[in-house]
Design a protein around this ligand. Structure first.
Ligand code: SAH
Length: 365
């Protein structure tokens, strides 16, 4: 028997054609699409409105889910981390972040990551593999089902961030496909306007995204205001240095429509990139390129094996004040889920968490 087709990664139209290829009428495709995405069912057996014979046909060549949830960790702030395995046994992590106004799901675009950012734990895994569109969509389905119940409507809609493991712009095709599938009004109905994609700075893809009409919001991880420091912290900078990166950012900014967001992220590392001089350099850099995007300051999330500490709170506030005094809008991001290795830069398929945090809970897959 060959590879099973993962139906969760198909658009409604593709699924229709697939089902017709099995000799079934097109409306069966729409039924399966609704079962997968609106009702969020993860097996054909649960799709009891479909004839048994059809479900058996489907199961011969296709599958409704490929990810297996291995464990789930709940942080003291309510953040949940899911550690899953692909069908070929690779780790995939997804984080559910409850928030006052709207909950956020942070998903992974790759298993591991090929970039070698020095402050990020995911880098230690190296690249295991880029995920398929269906594996991205399925992460959202798993998190939504766990948070709200299988098939239950999401109370206030959900925001998505492609800020988990991996570099989304090295997974550009499957990512854009996943976003198309998830935007379908007959399915999850999470439109690109609810999604933010973060990149370490893959310049050609920033330029490509600038030309995509229905696109997600963009965030750029900067971490340093000079090439010398950024080369050290984020080696991708050697390939696409700051001048090139910011020129692409400017091009992107010029393509923004009303209501579109574009942000920079700056991880604050104690004594490394957080001095007054760094703040001035950062403001000057953005001003020189006439970039009006806001800067999110992210206190470093420490982890064993990472040689950095978070900048002290007062330092972050002074840094922010310097940026603002030079006309750069800056915000401090509150870390979430640190105690279960669920925060930014902490996803490394950890199966143990510090004793203070909740024990992993096995859940039905
Ligand atoms: N590869 C993409 C997507 C990952 S997003 C990117 O680099 O943008 C992860 C975000 O968390 C990035 O902004 C990154 O700079 C930040 N980050 C990585 N490690 C971190 C850490 N240990 N503490 C805080 N933020 C971190």
């Amino acid at each position: 028997m060959g590879e099973l087709t993962h139906l969760t990664g198909l658009t409604r139209e593709e699924l229709g054609r697939y089902v017709e290829g099995l000799g079934e009428p097109a409306y069966r495709g729409r039924q399966v699409f609704a079962a997968l995405h609106r009702r969020r069912l993860r097996s054909f057996e649960e799709m009891t409105d479909l004839p048994k014979s059809f479900r058996a046909r489907l199961a011969e060549s296709a599958t409704a889910s490929t990810l297996k949830v291995e464990s789930r960790y709940v942080a003291s702030d309510g953040t949940r981390r899911y550690l899953m395995k692909t069908s070929d046994g690779l780790p995939v992590e997804t984080v559910f972040i409850p928030e006052e106004r709207r909950d956020t799901i942070c998903f992974s675009s790759q298993s591991g990551c090929p970039l070698q950012c020095d402050f990020c734990l995911t880098a230690k895994l190296g690249l295991l593999r880029t995920l398929a569109a269906g594996e991205m969509v399925e992460q959202i389905i798993v998190a939504l089902n766990d948070a709200y119940g299988v098939g239950a409507k999401t109370p206030r809609g959900t925001n998505l961030v492609a800020m988990g493991a991996g570099e989304p712009f090295l997974a550009f095709e499957p990512l854009m496909k996943a976003l198309r599938v998830m935007a379908d009004p007959d399915g999850l109905f999470i439109v690109p306007n609810r999604v933010t994609v973060s990149t370490a700075g893959v310049v050609p893809k920033i330029r490509e995204l600038a030309r995509v009409p229905d696109r997600p919001h963009l965030a750029i991880s900067l971490a340093a205001p000079t090439d010398e420091l950024r080369d050290r912290l984020m080696p991708i900078n050697k390939r696409w240095p700051l001048e090139e990166l910011l020129a692409a950012c400017k091009e992107f900014e010029q393509s923004l429509r009303p209501g579109e967001r574009f942000t920079f992220e700056y991880v604050m590392l104690d004594g490394v990139n957080d001095s007054d001089a760094h703040a001035r350099q950062l403001a000057n850099l953005l001003n020189r390129h006439q970039l009006r995007a806001k800067v999110n300051l992210i206190p470093h999330n420490p982890a064993e094996g990472l040689p950095y500490r978070p900048s002290p709170e007062e330092r972050v506030q002074v840094f922010k004040a310097i940026l603002e005094s030079k006309g750069v809008r800056a915000f401090v991001r509150r870390p979430r889920g640190r105690d279960i290795y669920a925060a930014c830069g902490q996803l490394a398929a950890r199966t143990s968490v510090p004793a203070a945090a909740d024990r992993p809970v096995q859940i039905q897959t």
